[in-house]
Design a binder for this molecule. Structure first.
Ligand SMILES: Cc1ncc(COP(=O)(O)O)c(C=O)c1O
Length: 429
């Protein structure tokens, strides 16, 4: 009735399915049910202690102020040092990052939204590798843009299609290719060759390459992520074009278990950064100075004390191993590619056409000793109609025993769901 009171863009903004499940789960927890919330990527391990000490120290100064629109210099400097060291410590050649290449944002979410607002006009398109982190579509919709899928499939180990296939998707409206490695939700780490393929397409078609690297530190085995900053065409002209195309996104959320702190970073050449900083300034005024202070200390701490991240990787690795074992034991028919990075698993249930009803049944109508599991139905991670409908995503956010228990609960819920469906179709006597 009051539709005309709202801007057109609002009709493209829907609550995310991840958040919908979260609201239901929280309601049930408030009623006393134990819910293993595997539906959301909220790390449960303790945040890095140096962050808390720094926040305490800064708060005691009694000075919590506005910050420069581009972010605090001490954080931008420390982040540049961290990033260069990330590659240098293993002797990996890379593009050297300077303080002037770093913009501070309100988490990676705001870095992405600012980036889309800065590079897209209404009607423009961004290509994204599917499956993808579903909130991307909302971030882009705010700028009036639309995502277009570069499809990849679990059956092919989420391998990137050949360059010709990707190029067919490019139109005069295409502004960028967006990819995320290690990937949420698939856990895929794209190879050097795959990242170079994307970079080459971007420079050939004058597109930005937006590389979401928020899970850079979260590797689950021996495979390391290959950053867009490591691409080297061995040709000065092409390398120069690439430097003008790169927008790299990062965040403190997952690296330091600091999701609530809302600090992200965007790395690009200075002219790009200056434009995007204007968007940041006009959407937020500036980013919280006390949080930037805390995060600067966190990045500084891991330069001298890498054990925090080593331990984090060990914790997630143990959870993954326990979960894979439990899947083999309790869910033998389920297709579960082992992820290389991030902290999610995609589970495909071949006997289902659509897993959404089961996911809600398990959360809302089922319990095993008053315990159940919240998962995310995976269709929202795909744009291609019909894809992902029989898949769920689970996050490795509880300890190995609870991960194991969660898989057992899913297995029992599947049996109960079959019975529930039989009872539904049984004619009334
Ligand atoms: C791939 C990916 N990008 C971006 C984000 C957003 O991160 P932030 O908390 O920094 O906004 C997430 C959060 O889960 C994510 O998984």
């Amino acid at each position: 009735m009051f539709a005309e009171r709202y801007a057109d863009r609002v009709q493209f903004l829907n609550p995310s399915s991840i958040r919908k499940m979260m609201a239901i789960a929280k309601g049930l927890i408030a009623q006393g049910k134990t819910v293993y919330e595997l539906n959301i990527g909220q790390p449960d391990i303790e945040c890095i202690p140096e962050f808390c000490e720094a926040i305490d120290k800064k708060a005691r100064t009694g000075q919590i102020n506005y910050s420069p629109i581009i972010g605090e210099k001490y954080l931008r400097e420390t982040y540049a040092r961290y990033l260069n060291n990330f590659f240098d410590k293993d002797g990996k050649p890379h593009l050297v990052i300077d303080t002037d290449n770093v913009l501070i944002t309100v988490g990676a979410s705001h870095a992405l939204t600012s980036c889309f607002l800065g590079i897209c006009n209404p009607g423009d398109e961004v290509l994204v590798i599917e499956p993808y982190f579903s909130p991307y579509s909302g971030f882009l919709a705010v700028a009036g843009g639309k995502l277009k899928a570069i499809p990849t499939r679990a059956e092919d180990d989420f391998a990137l299609p050949p360059a010709e296939e990707i190029e067919k998707l490019i139109t005069p409206k295409t502004r960028a290719i967006l990819f995320n490695s290690p990937n949420n939700p698939s856990g895929k780490i794209y190879s050097a060759e795959e990242v170079e393929r994307l970079a080459k397409i971007c420079i050939d078609h004058n597109l930005f390459i937006i590389s979401d690297e928020v899970y850079r530190e979260m590797t689950l085995g021996d495979k390391e992520a290959f950053s867009v900053l490591q691409v080297d065409f061995g040709n000065d002209e092409m390398n120069e074009k690439l430097k003008n195309a790169i927008i790299m996104i990062d965040s403190a959320s997952k690296t330091f278990s600091l999701c609530g702190v809302r600090i992200g970073t965007l790395v690009a050449r200075q002219p790009i950064l200056e434009k995007l900083a204007l968007v940041v300034a006009h959407t937020t005024a500036c980013v919280s100075d006390i949080m930037q202070y805390g995060v600067a200390w966190a990045y500084d701490a891991i330069l001298s004390r890498p054990d925090y991240l080593d331990n984090m990787r060990k914790v997630y690795h143990e959870r993954l191993e326990a979960t894979m074992q439990a899947i083999a034991e309790y869910l033998p028919g389920v297709v579960a590619p082992k992820p290389d990075g991030a902290f999610y698993l995609m589970l495909k249930f071949p006997e289902f056409e659509d897993i959404t009803e089961f996911s809600h049944f398990m959360l809302e109508k089922f319990n095993l000793g008053n315990e159940t599991v919240a998962v995310t139905p995976a269709a929202s991670f795909y744009l291609t109609p019909g894809y992902g409908r029989n898949e769920i995503r689970i996050a490795l956010v509880v300890d190995p025993e609870k991960m194991r228990r969660s898989i057992q609960i899913i297995s029992e819920a599947l049996k109960a769901f079959s019975q529930f469906k039989v009872n539904l179709v049984r004619p009334m006597l």
